[in-house]
Design a protein around this ligand. Structure first.
Ligand code: FAD
Length: 528
């Protein structure tokens, strides 16, 4: 027995030592005297966990990870770094669903926002919705006469949880992303787009107010009318100006069901004309579109929509055409409109120029529709195909360039190279639903297309797809298509300057104002 005890102690010690890493000199030891010290971990398990993301392309190891119990911990961390003569970097990590290390902080501290949620769940159980500062970090639904219904939501909350919580009140946010396992802080730092954007604008256009901890460690409440410079900076601000700890989100009455339709086109011009028509009329609640190519599977992780017999029908269409365009639309309804919905839908579909006989319909619950990507995700996870590299490229393409984009990119590059490896989305949206004072960057034209090349690959061949992405960007540049990257990623400062173009000066000024020591979200590689 004594041998056993000695062996046990030695093996425990070895496992602990294995997790200890030498203290990273970029973080002064004095940090261990702060209140937050017990929530700071330099353990290799912790740092490894946050040194990768959904992209599986970049790896950057931070010195430590903070698991905040409250917003005070984040304030204390940022103030500590800000006061140093050589400060360290700090990155909020939402759900880590970036592609290129945007939520990483090499040799700095990553703030695991999710820990705020655990703490707030405890608060909620105690019927106490406020943390030490009196600031609510869970999800709370309210109404007032000027704003109507809204939800106060912690920046760390996942949109799926916002949906569930608001539906308890028969309400829901109006603007979504295709996938709901993303945090409020993460999508508001970009834009948050989907098939509802044409109607309601991106998620950043549906926020009344936020609490933000700036790069100086100041906790500031901001809105269009109060500290508005910070409000507009943070929305689409790529995490550069502050950490969002609360957002007040627009809500509306939630429908219960949806009519969900996909129609097919062989002709890109007819496809885009119909998409543009559908977003110009008042009738639908969601309009998207995607490409089908003979080399890519019909049912990918975005949803399994087509029955096996329909798949056979579509496969023969694809072998004739090589490339087919699928327009996807949804109309919401509830008990009151259930008798008229089919008639209304028929009216909306009338006059469209899709391929006759290629119309596919589904009737689904509102939640199943919004959460449509989840089932595909779980299936891929079970096959080990979800946690693989994702060399994605997301672009905004002006309407006037979309025909050239189709010919030069979809047909001449992607179809010819026979290299697609995931969904390709293409759908129009409207500039008037975006606020130009925000940091998000979009093309100048009134109508522009959201294009997503959502590739998955093996661990050894993502570079080939990435080279194709480079080729696409070069083509767009050479052809003068005036595209903008969404979820942008650049390696050179001049490319960032070109990306922001007329917004670059204000972006820089705001950085100097709100994060003068350039502590925040270094993984975006804009200022460092
Ligand atoms: P993270 O990757 O953790 O962080 C992203 C950036 O935001 C980092 O710079 C980080 O430091 C910063 N950040 C995180 N939290 C905060 C905060 N609280 N305050 C300030 N800064 C913060 N996007 C769309 O618009 N529409 C879609 O339909 C869509 N679908 C997607 C589907 C999948 C499967 C995936 C993986 C991504 C998708 N995205 C989509 C992209 C997604 O919106 C962004 O990658 C988003 O940043 C991910 O959120 P996250 O919580 O994982 O953020």
């Amino acid at each position: 027995p004594s041998y056993f005890i000695v062996f046990f102690i030695i093996s425990r010690l070895m496992s602990i030592i294995g997790k200890l890493r030498p203290w990273n000199p970029s973080i002064p030891y004095e940090i261990l005297s702060l209140d937050l010290a017990s929530r700071l971990s330099a353990n290799s398990d912790s740092t490894r966990e946050v040194s990768t993301d959904f992209g599986k392309i970049v790896q950057e190891i931070p010195a430590a990870v903070l698991y905040p119990k409250s917003t005070n911990d984040i304030v204390e961390l940022i103030k500590f770094s800000y006061d140093l003569s050589v400060p360290f970097h700090i990155a909020a990590r939402g759900h880590g669903h970036s592609i290129r290390g945007q939520a990483m902080a090499q040799d700095g501290v990553v703030v695991e926002m999710n820990s705020l949620k655990n703490n707030n769940n405890n608060n909620n159980n105690n019927n106490n919705n406020n943390n030490k500062n009196g600031i609510y970090n869970g999800i709370r639904v309210s109404w007032d006469s000027s704003l109507g219904y809204y939800a106060d939501v912690g920046g760390e909350q996942l949109w799926i949880d916002v949906l569930r919580a608001t539906l308890e009140h028969g309400l829901a946010p109006v603007s979504w992303t295709d996938y709901l396992y993303l945090t409020v802080g993460g999508t508001l730092s970009n834009a948050g787009i989907s098939g509802q954007t044409f109607k309601h604008g991106p998620q950043i256009s549906n926020v009344h107010e936020m609490d933000v901890i700036t790069g100086k460690g100041e906790l500031v409440t901001c809105s269009k009318h109060m500290n508005s410079e910070l409000f507009f900076a943070v929305l689409g601000g790529l995490g550069q100006f502050g950490i969002i700890t609360r957002a007040r989100i627009v809500l509306d009455k939630a429908p219960t069901r949806v009519k969900w339709v996909r129609i097919l086109y062989a002709d890109f011009s007819k496809f885009t004309k119909d998409q543009e028509h559908l977003i110009s009329i008042d009738g639908l609640d969601y309009v998207e579109g995607s490409l089908m190519m003979k080399q890519s599977p019909l049912n990918n992780w975005r949803s399994s929509f087509f029955s096996p017999s329909n798949q056979t029908k579509i496969a023969s269409l694809l072998s004739e055409n090589g490339i087919i365009y699928c327009l996807e639309m949804v109309k919401y309804y509830d008990d009151q409109s259930s008798n008229t919905i089919d008639k209304e839908l028929k009216k909306l579909l009338k006059g469209l120029n899709n391929l006759p006989g290629f119309i596919f319909k589904k009737d689904a619950t509102y939640v199943d529709f919004l959460n449509r990507v989840r089932s595909g995700e779980l299936e891929l996870q079970s096959k080990g195909l979800w946690d693989v590299p994702h060399p994605w490229l997301n672009l905004f393409v002006p309407k006037s360039s979309i025909m050239d984009f189709n010919a030069g990119v979809f047909v001449d590059i992607i179809l010819k190279q026979n290299m697609t490896a995931g969904p390709i989305l293409v759908y129009p949206t409207s500039r008037k639903k975006w606020d130009d004072r925000m940091s998000a960057v979009i093309p100048e034209e009134e109508t522009f297309y959201c294009v997503g090349l959502l590739h998955s690959s093996g661990f050894n061949d993502w570079q080939t797809l990435d080279e194709q992405n480079e080729e696409i960007l070069k083509y767009c540049d050479k052809a003068g298509l005036k595209i903008k990257q969404y979820l942008p990623h650049y390696k050179r400062k001049e490319d960032w300057i070109k990306h922001f173009s007329k917004k670059w000066n204000i972006f820089q000024q705001r950085k100097t104002q709100f994060d003068p020591k350039m502590l925040l979200s270094p993984g975006q590689r804009i200022f460092n």
